[in-house]
Design a protein around this ligand. Structure first.
Ligand code: GLU
Length: 522
């Protein structure tokens, strides 16, 4: 019979740097699965490897998850500034992490492994008492030598169980003398089999599994021990993680069995690697951005990044390529993720990003681009020079965005290719204004015609449609002759939105001014 337990997924990063795009993909799978099944998505911090910790990393992870909309329900959460969110009855504690305020919420805490050392010690002791784990006092020199010998004999590196022969008294004596030691798990004989939701059935002969260390000499458990104890105590139903952990899973299953927790064993799904351009090697920093923050800073909207990573190795088997988070909750299925690694194609991200930007309202887009615009010199200068009110400035930028919206791939591109919207210093010359092999006189003549036509349009009728209609009417067959110099006069560029759009945005007065200046430059 199908087990009917609550769906509880977890994302369990080690705070060793920035959130990697592959890690976001794992977290997204956790999030979507929990949402779809009315479950909980838990965030746990795995910091048992104290040598690799990076200060502030937890806060930065949480911030990026929040940005992506992949927000945990329980565990370690970002405390939103200015709110006093007590959660749903769970315990709550504040933690400081380099300027970030972090809280723990839920009934299965602490959710940070370094605060759970006593819990791990208790379970390790249980295994020792039951003869399922043992102390090992071997020095690193001895282990090195052993490994070298095994290598020379072309054997897989594996602990040779020397310390398993120690008598109880010998162990006690050594412990009393404070000899440096670790605790190892005694891998039983037999075979370990599990069914990975992505990779299918996996079988491993236990004889190939090393007697892994479960307690290190610094008193911290290893990842293997801590992950099993925590997933069990936190009642995790599904473990999704990167493919690099697939060879660790048999070790974990053996631990579940040693503790007698078979019935609580979670389901496992390992996410295939994200591959670089060559489709062979794992995506690496050398090829460009790998951290979520890089993508954010480059101006990709969060929903585009989420959409893109959901499609790495998964597709809905329909034509649909653009997904909202709600649609992903409905349709995403980790069981249908392809086992072959997925190639990271930045051009696809650009395209997906453009589609999401197109779908935004101008008000929404304005809110998103503003933080980027504010960092740009051309925008800062324009803003300072305007005598208009803040509201009017906002309206103006929104007009620019109305024109640019369908042409943007990233939020950072707003205004970037069309700085003529923000500055009246337009450079033109007879050459830049000339349409094909027209004469200078013709260029002047057509600019003068455009000037006349635009002058006749009343300020109140200054709409794109009107401008377009009037200009095209007079242009007749001579579209290029009229529109090319006009566009060059208005923008000073050989590529830009149409002169109708530009004239509409900058308004009547500035349009006429630019045309008249251009005529003078011929
Ligand atoms: N702490 C591990 C990591 O950062 C997580 C592995 C797991 O999810 O079990 O990759």
């Amino acid at each position: 019979m199908e087990k009917t337990k609550e769906i509880r997924t977890r994302f369990a990063p080690s705070p060793t740097g920035e959130l990697h795009i592959g890690a976001l993909r794992t977290a997204l799978s956790d999030f979507l699965y929990a949402r779809k099944n009315n479950g909980k998505f838990i965030l746990r911090i795995e910091d048992t490897d104290q040598s690799r910790l990076v200060e502030g990393a937890v806060g930065r992870f949480l911030e990026m998850l929040e940005w992506a909309g992949v927000v945990p329900d329980e565990g370690v959460l970002l405390k939103r500034r200015g709110t006093n969110d007590k959660g749903q009855g769970g315990k709550e504690k504040k933690i400081k992490d380099l300027g970030f305020e972090i809280q723990e919420k839920g009934d299965y805490g602490p959710y940070i492994q370094s605060k759970r050392l006593d819990i791990y010690k208790k379970y390790i002791q249980q295994l020792i008492d039951e003869g399922k784990a043992y102390y090992c006092f071997c020095t690193s020199e001895r282990l090195d030598e052993m490994r070298k010998k095994q290598q020379a004999e072309k054997k897989a590196p594996k602990y040779d169980r020397k310390c398993l022969d120690l008598s109880k008294e010998e162990v006690e004596e050594k412990l009393k003398n404070g000899e440096k030691c670790v605790v190892r798990f005694k891998v039983p004989e037999g075979k370990t089999v599990f069914n990975d939701l992505v990779y299918g059935k996996i079988e491993v002969e236990n004889s190939t599994v090393d007697d892994q260390i479960i307690l290190k000499s610094d008193g911290f458990p290893t990842y293997h021990l801590a992950v099993v104890v925590d997933d069990y105590l936190m009642k995790i139903s599904h473990v999704f993680r990167g493919a690099e952990w697939i060879s660790s899973t048999p070790k974990h299953i053996l631990l579940y069995e040693a503790f007698g927790w078979e019935d609580a064993m979670p389901e496992f799904a390992h996410m295939p690697n994200i591959l670089g351009k060559d489709g062979k090697k794992k995506l690496s920093k050398r090829e460009g951005s790998v951290s979520v923050k890089d993508f954010k800073d480059q101006g990709y909207p969060a929903e585009a990044v989420v959409n893109f990573i959901a499609l790495l190795g998964w597709n809905p088997k329909t034509q649909q390529e653009i997904f909202t988070m709600e649609e992903l909750v409905e349709q995403y299925d980790i069981k249908k993720v392809n086992r072959a690694g997925a190639v990271f194609d930045i051009k696809r991200l650009d395209w997906i990003s453009a589609q999401h930007i197109k779908r935004m309202s101008v008000d929404e887009l304005y809110g998103r681009v503003l933080p980027f615009l504010k960092k740009k010199k051309f925008y800062g200068e324009w803003y300072k020079q305007q005598a208009t009110s803040d509201k009017e400035k906002e309206e103006y930028v929104k007009k620019v965005l109305m024109v640019e919206k369908d042409r943007l791939e990233k939020l950072t591109q707003a205004g970037e290719n069309n700085k003529f919207f923000f500055s009246d210093k337009i450079e033109t010359s007879a050459d830049s204004l000339r349409w094909k092999d027209s004469s200078d006189d013709d260029t002047k003549k057509y600019l003068a015609i455009a000037d006349d036509i635009l002058k006749e349009i009343d300020e109140n009728n200054w709409t794109q449609e009107n401008i377009e209609e009037k200009l095209l009417d007079i242009a007749g067959e001579k579209r290029g002759d009229l529109l090319f110099p006009l566009r060059a006069a208005l923008t000073g560029q050989d590529r830009s939105p149409s002169p109708f759009e530009v004239a509409w945005v900058i308004g009547k007065e500035r349009s006429l001014q630019r045309i008249e200046n251009a005529i003078k430059n011929i």
